[in-house]
Ligand binder design. Structure first.
Ligand SMILES: [Zn+2]
Length: 506
């Protein structure tokens, strides 16, 4: 659900690629009450990823019915990089048009659409038309431009859609699953693994496994039916909606995630997992999925860390307010994408889950998931907060204090390139660089010292409650802390987040 206004991409040339916009799409408003049918934008307006997300509608719910066949076991084993699986799926998407729509887009990468209906009416597949060209009747087409990183499914509904219309789009699709990579070359999306798949979508890799408006400004709820070979376990967000059903050598796993969720936080990982169910002292269900093949050392580390989750939830509830979702738990895979991700209610860990990383991914449930960055340039709002929460957890446990962690950051020499990053705008290939995390966390510690603990923690709770189930910007964060402290923080945030030099006074 959108809760905030966003600027839509309306240019016809983005990244040097012409997009099909009908004649008149850029014209002024028409007469009041007279529909003006235009194309929904092919992007959500994010400068870093212009084709992520879409405009012209607001998704309410995704129902994903996926059958997944992991790679065959071969002798000798297939090299990891060449692992391929097979997906056959139906996505049922409930959305509301927010403008009069002649056409609209979903993001879908590497999967072929074989059938598509809008409100029960079939659309025919056609080749992508030239910009401005007319297409007859209900139709859809796919653009798959790996070089330009443009992956769009365009739908021309007939009849056209009016603003406010409730629409159900059913997309039947499938294909070979690969090991997709992000703009920096890191694995993400539906990553095919020897024993299943690790599914981690940040920032715009979720489009590799279902048609989606792949930007956090359009949060939605989810239901999942994931069918895998008997013996495999599929773990998604939220809670099981019913017991798994096994028939004919296949098992279907049912999950339901009723909380508003950003697309990049969706998972449906498949593997040889043991499911472990417990709950916190306040009754929050915890479901962990731990790969049966973890090494003994990794299993010991993982078990010790996961045993602390209930205590961590209590600690962060004291700090940031009530836990925002219906459940929690972790997916710990013996495979690796090289990082962990805070997928909503159920983070994914590579090879093992260490205590610090578990604290970090848990804190993201409030900071990043309940409140998501409005634009990817605001990524420090996720990583600075989660890193700072990790510092606080360490101090709570009698380890390094937040002040000591801050002092460590400030011991980095002023001529170190660490200080060259503009934390509030690190660039699309700089989302996950160290300063976003560590200078981000140091920013929050410096703020805490400047305005005092009372105002800092009041501001932290106000931040989560004001923007819960939504998105917000760095400017919004500044406004919250100015409200609670009564101080003008313009200079403070410029020095800490925008000046590419080491802060000295603030
Ligand atoms: Zn993080």
């Amino acid at each position: 659900m959108n809760a905030r206004t966003r600027i839509l991409v309306t240019g016809v040339l983005v990244g040097g690629v012409a997009l099909a916009l009908p004649a008149g799409a850029l014209a002024g408003p028409g007469q009041p009450g007279v529909p003006r049918f235009t194309s929904g934008s092919s992007g959500a307006g994010d400068d870093y990823f212009p084709f992520a997300g879409n405009g012209g509608y607001d998704v309410g719910h995704y129902d994903l019915d996926i059958t997944y066949t992991p790679p065959p076991v071969t002798v000798p084993p297939t090299p990891t990089a060449e692992l391929r699986g097979q997906m056959e799926a139906v996505a049922t998407i409930d959305l509301v048009a927010t403008q009069d729509l002649d056409r609209f887009n979903l993001d879908l990468r590497g999967m072929d659409v074989s059938a598509l209906t809008v409100n029960g009416k079939s659309a025919s597949e056609v080749p992508p038309p030239a910009p401005g060209a007319e297409v007859d009747g209900a139709a859809y087409w796919q653009v798959q431009d790996d070089a330009a990183r443009i992956w769009e499914l365009t739908i021309q509904p007939r009849p056209k859609l009016k603003a406010g219309d409730s629409v159900q789009v059913i997309v039947t699709y499938g294909g070979e699953t690969i090991r997709p990579t992000d703009i920096e070359g890191f694995l993400y999306g539906w990553v095919t693994m020897r024993d299943g798949a690790m599914v981690v979508g940040e920032p715009e890799g979720t489009m590799t496994w279902y048609p989606v408006s792949d930007h956090q400004t359009d949060k939605a709820t989810y239901t999942f039916e994931i069918t895998v070979p008997e013996g495999k376990v599929a773990v998604a967000n939220g809670l099981p909606s019913r017991d798994p059903v096994t028939a004919g050598g296949w098992t279907t796993w049912y999950w339901e995630a009723p909380d508003q969720q950003a697309s990049y936080l969706t998972t449906a990982s498949v593997g040889d997992f043991d499911l472990r169910t417990s709950e916190t002292s306040t009754g929050l269900p915890i479901i962990d999925a731990v790969d049966r093949k973890l090494t003994a050392a990794n299993l010991a580390t993982t078990n010790a860390s996961l045993a602390l989750q209930a205590d961590m939830i209590a600690f962060f509830e004291d700090t940031f307010g009530d836990y925002p979702f219906n459940s929690y738990g972790s997916i710990v895979d013996n495979d690796s994408v090289g990082y962990a991700l805070e997928t909503q209610t159920r983070p994914v860990y590579s090879s093992r889950a260490s205590e610090g990383t578990v604290a970090h991914e848990l804190a993201h449930q409030w900071l990043g998931n309940a409140v998501s960055p409005e634009r990817w340039q605001d990524i420090w709002l996720n990583e600075g907060w989660a890193s700072y929460a990790q510092w606080m957890w360490s101090e709570h446990r009698g380890g390094t204090t937040a002040q000591e962690a801050f002092d460590d950051v400030m011991s980095i020499p002023e001529d170190d390139e660490f200080w060259d990053v503009v934390v509030a705008d690190p660039g699309p290939t700089g989302l996950f660089v160290d300063p976003v995390y560590d200078r981000g966390a140091a920013t929050l510690h410096a703020l805490r010292v400047k305005i005092d603990d009372t105002d800092f923690f009041a501001g932290a709770q106000e931040w989560v409650s004001r923007y819960n189930d939504s998105t917000a910007t760095t400017e919004d964060l500044q406004a919250v802390f100015e409200d609670v402290s009564g101080q003008d923080l313009d200079a403070f945030f410029d020095i800490w987040l925008r000046d590419p030099v080491k802060p000295t006074t603030w």
